[in-house]
Design a protein around this ligand. Structure first.
Ligand code: SF4
Length: 239
């Protein structure tokens, strides 16, 4: 059994608690124009972007970092959309769970419910990206069906969940709807971040245009203050 990935990042500090090993799985069913990992969107191998790895080999890579997990860390499956490869991933999850390794998924939640249910059996943490709440822009801009996201949100254990919001003109426009969502679904933590254009060279190699917009400090601070009224520990992060 293999998984298709683009990278294994050791000593990762921004993908869940503690020091973590982040595995970037290849393939995503959305098309966020600001995506920081554009090489993870297609499930095809694209030149140097992507390779297949056996579960045993990947497990060895993860276990190598075990001493660092004493910081409260563990492994994070990101991407791309990691839940799209959940069936192939499950035997590895089972083995990692038996070794008491903390497991986190970073997901956009636009996946079949059955995929999420498998991930839930093994995960200690979820990082859920809130990209677009408006049903029309969600479909037109990122290609997602908002009802799928909302139905999956119902299944999550919010005490294990961190929400992440990219601050864009879309999220600023939808501030009130996001606030309503947070009133109904209070995660244990909320992180917001500005877009960056560090992935530009990857976009150039892939011959794709990167969407980038500059959000000023006042805009993000004002948004942050409103979010803090509902989630007091909401923080601005740099990723
Ligand atoms: S869900 Fe993540 S990986 Fe997929 S397109 Fe959006 S930002 Fe990129």
């Amino acid at each position: 059994m293999t998984l298709r990935i683009t990278n294994i990042q050791h000593f990762s500090l921004h993908d869940g608690p503690g020091i973590r090993t982040t595995v970037f799985l290849k393939g995503c069913n959305l098309k966020c124009p600001w995506c920081a990992n554009p090489e993870c969107i297609s499930s095809e191998i694209q030149g140097d972007f992507g390779y297949d790895i056996s579960l045993d080999k990947l497990e060895n890579e993860i276990i190598k970092d075990k001493p660092f997990y004493e910081t409260g860390g563990g492994v994070t499956f990101s991407g791309g959309e990691p839940l799209l490869q959940i069936n192939n991933l499950e035997p590895l999850l089972n083995s990692l769970k038996n070794k008491n390794i903390n497991i986190c998924f970073e997901t956009a939640l636009f996946v079949p419910e059955k995929n999420l249910k498998i991930a839930k059996k093994y995960s200690d943490e979820f990082i859920v990206d809130i990209k677009m709440i408006n049903p029309i822009t969600c479909k037109e801009v990122i290609g997602g069906k908002i009802n799928q996201f909302l139905n999956n949100l119902e299944l999550l254990d919010l005490e294990k969940t961190t929400f992440r919001i990219p601050v864009t003109k879309f999220s600023l426009k939808d501030t009130e709807v996001i606030l309503d969502l947070l009133k109904n679904y209070k995660p244990k933590h909320l992180e917001i971040f500005k877009l960056h254009n560090l992935a530009k060279s990857k976009y150039d190699i892939l011959n794709k245009e990167q969407y980038y917009e500059k959000i000023n400090d006042n805009q993000i601070n004002e948004f942050h203050e409103k979010l803090k009224e509902i989630i007091p520990n909401a923080e601005i992060i740099e990723i």
